[in-house]
Design a protein around this ligand. Structure first.
Ligand SMILES: [Fe+2]
Length: 133
């Protein structure tokens, strides 16, 4: 299992967004460790709940900043946000309802999605916000 690490290459140069991203990276690592260690289903479910809640909260945070500063890429950006939330919720349903174990591949897929989003849409947003904030 590879830990997801946050470093300057993931910085969007806006502190309040970087801080949220670091929390999400941390939660992904907690999830990955708990699956690897075979922690209880209740615990893994609690981590998933926390990850989903934190992700939704963070996306709302970014979307508020986009509205506040009249960012013209909001619609596309929000579409990507909704895709990630759907994917994580799907994973949680699979885990809690169908009682299927999460795999490291599934977690790594979502981690890859998150870093891809940070390097794409969030960098573009950060570049914009740096100029207007
Ligand atoms: Fe975003």
């Amino acid at each position: 299992m590879n830990n997801l690490t946050w470093d300057d290459s993931l910085s969007v140069e806006v502190d309040e967004i970087d801080e949220d991203h670091q929390k999400l990276v941390n939660l992904f690592n907690i999830l990955s460790h708990s699956v690897e260690q075979g922690d209880s289903a209740d615990y893994i479910n609690a981590v998933l709940d926390e990850l989903i809640t934190c992700t939704i909260w963070h996306f709302k945070h970014e979307e508020r900043l986009m509205l506040l500063h009249k960012y013209d890429g909001l619609v596309d950006h929000r579409t990507e946000h909704n895709e990630l939330i759907d994917s994580v919720k799907e994973l949680q349903q699979k885990f809690s309802r169908e009682k299927k174990q999460l795999t490291q591949e599934e977690i790594e897929y979502l981690e890859g999605w998150l870093t891809g989003h940070i390097l794409g849409q969030d960098m573009r947003l950060g570049f914009f916000l740096m100029k207007v904030m």
